[in-house]
Design a protein around this ligand. Sequence first.
Ligand code: SIN
Ligand code: FE
Length: 409
Amino acid sequence: MSAVLEFLEFIEQPGQQSVRELLDRVLLKAREMTGAEAGSIFIVRKSGKQDWLVANSIQNDAIKLSKADFRIPVVPTSIAGYVASTAETVLIDDLYTIPKNVPFDFDQSFDKATGYRSRSMLAFPLTNFQKKVIGVVQLINRHKGKRKTPAAFDEKQADLILPFNQIVGRVIERADMLEQINKRNKDLRVKNKTLRAQQLQIEELQKDTEEAFMVSIRLLARAAEVHDEDTGNHIIRCNEYAFLMAKKVGMPADFCREISFSAQLHDIGKMSVNSAILTKRGRLDEDERYEMNQHTSYGNQILARSDRLNMAAEIALSHHEQWDGGGYPEGLKGEQIPISARILGIADIYDALRSERAYKPAFSHEKTFQILTVGDDRLDPTQHFEPKLLQVFKENHEEFNQIRKRLED
Ligand code: SIN
Ligand code: FE
């Protein structure tokens, strides 16, 4: 078997190996092939603008090593730094007598700390596909036969190692990239989980805010009813008739949803009308009638302050307008009247007719249907209502009755 194949078989263990395990095996094999007593492998890592050599595997058969992670910058003043910078292989006979004409020197601090004596060294680069240096292998103190003093490495050992430095480099790079990708994936999964949790919190908060908004406007609508005959479920029924009508007339979903909570605020302006007028039995005189009709404009002023209540504001202003222009406060005609207000106009009158008043009893659904579609001495439906909406009412009147029955006061 060729040396290269033997080497590959040795390092390519089945199953997943961590990069560190892989490097340990590479170093062990490289030492075995060259007779090195000790050695280390550094991997190049970028941190900011600076490249570093990070020690990944350190072995020494002569002394016990304490586990230590360290890194040195990729600059040619150290041996490993020189090899990484130049991609050259370096052979040194005695590390303590390095000639002065080379840029690097040997750092004796490891020897000083451990009492070990480093002497000969073979240092070579690990390169990837693009021949870029991705690591450095240092082999130290070659032992030959029974000699006590380590021998020098020579070209033969260097030649033995060099053919597979690229192969090893590729294997290591592949494993290293896989490990980095896995780590990044794991980080991303953790981040995703955190993001999802935050999103749920935001959704929960939005739901709470929406609920608070709905409660507030319901209370506002109720507050406006204190002096009114229309207590009980009138405002809720108005929401439902308006929603039903909007849907049947083919309005978009957003519109239908909005009218379903905006309708209840149509008489909010009554808050600003003198309560003596609101509670007066008998006919209102001209001034009183004028003031009463102002509930439309008052309501609009109150609601126009919130963007969320734009539709409610237009309903409040225009729900007493009539199709022929005979309504108030502006005497708008036909499609000048917002569709939301046209819808509520029918809904409001349907419910008023079904309810008891000081001057009239509550009418049955049949009687109310008769008044709204044919008319009586007080109401001419062709003047009051948009024909299309009246048609929709005619086709769905039973559902109005159902809402009224379900939400009876
Ligand atoms: C009125 O009696 O004119 C007020 C009708 C209403 O807005 O409910
Ligand atoms: Fe009104």
